[in-house]
Design a protein around this ligand. Structure first.
Ligand code: NDP
Length: 277
């Protein structure tokens, strides 16, 4: 049911996955097991979410074979450098209880540290070691994305960036795609902060019989983005997967793209190095 996208390294990723930011590790086991039970096969976590152990328990509790799951985690800002990434991936795998992740991302470029190019070269070795099938970046805007590509080694498979109707980063999406890098939208539902009655959304919801979240997820998928909505509620997990039996017409797209709130939610990649986002 969920489309698979082929990345620039030949690996495939379920286009609709499930995020676990702000899910405490004690709750992550139940949340991840529920998400897999209702049909998700792609889970997105990060070292900084402090829930990799719970995520790992949820993966095991699901009973679904490892090779049917796609697991992403991310290297935190304090683990940039020539060698720190090697201990960072080992620690994440240990917490997750896995031998490899399907996708390992540099969480932020953290330019004030000046280490992201060193980090990327270590990421290439991590891929060679088989501890990550694919490697990519997150929150890499210009010029950092181009600098990585200019190293002349592996291109990132994915750039995971903040995208939702009121913060679209269209130029960055185009640049990523022109380099063969898949765009993955974080906070695809704007962290739940979209108002169902903004602009003409109310009448669109009435006309289609779909929720604002379903309409926004369909909008992302039609644009070719990978999405990773998060919910701790099983009924919302199910609803967020139920987005493949309808289409958006031009009016619907225009209505969604007129949403103006809440705008950017996350940090500015040029300056962001804080421990938590
Ligand atoms: P989302 O855009 O996925 O929105 C999640 C929020 O929306 C939650 O509060 C959830 O509430 C609510 N929600 C979910 N489904 C529905 C629905 N159908 N109807 C109404 N409300 C709904 O936000 P996130 O910030 O969690 O982003 C998704 C994922 O992206 C993260 O979990 C993480 O994996 C990743 N991410 C990556 C970042 C990066 O820097 N690379 C930064 C931020 C996120 P409830 O849980 O109560 O159901």
């Amino acid at each position: 049911m969920i489309p698979m996208m082929t990345l620039n390294d030949g690996n495939t990723i379920p286009q609709l996955g499930f995020g676990v930011f702000r899910v405490e590790t004690v709750e992550a086991e139940r949340v991840v097991a529920d998400a897999i039970a209702v049909g998700y096969r792609h889970i997105d976590t990060a070292a900084i979410y402090d829930n990799e152990e719970g995520v790992g328990r949820g993966l095991r509790a699901s009973g679904v074979p490892r090779e049917e799951l796609f697991i992403t985690t991310k290297l935190w800002n304090t683990d940039h450098g020539d060698t720190r990434p090697f201990s960072a991936i080992d620690a994440s795998l240990e917490r997750l209880g896995l031998d490899y992740v399907d996708l390992y991302l540099v969480h932020w470029p953290a330019p004030p540290q000046g280490l992201y190019l060193h980090t990327w070269q270590a990421m290439e070795h991590i891929r060679e070691s088989g501890k990550a099938i694919s490697i990519g970046v997150s929150n890499f805007v210009e010029p950092y994305l181009q600098e990585i590509v200019d190293l002349g080694g592996l291109f990132p498979a994915v750039n995971q960036i903040e995208v939702h109707p009121s913060f679209r980063q269209e130029e960055l999406q185009s640049l990523s795609r022109s380099l063969g890098i898949a765009v993955e939208a974080w906070s695809p539902l704007a962290g739940g902060a979209i108002e169902a009655d903004e602009g003409d959304m109310g009448s669109l919801i009435e006309r289609t019989g779909k929720s604002w979240a379903q309409l926004v997820l369909r909008w992302h998928l039609d644009a070719g983005r990978i999405v990773i909505p998060k919910s701790t509620h099983r009924e919302r997990m199910i609803a967020n997967l139920d987005v493949f039996d309808f289409e958006l017409d031009d009016d619907a797209v225009a209505t969604i793209e007129k949403i103006e709130h809440p705008g950017r939610r996350g940090g500015d990649p040029h300056t962001f190095i804080a421990r938590r986002n």
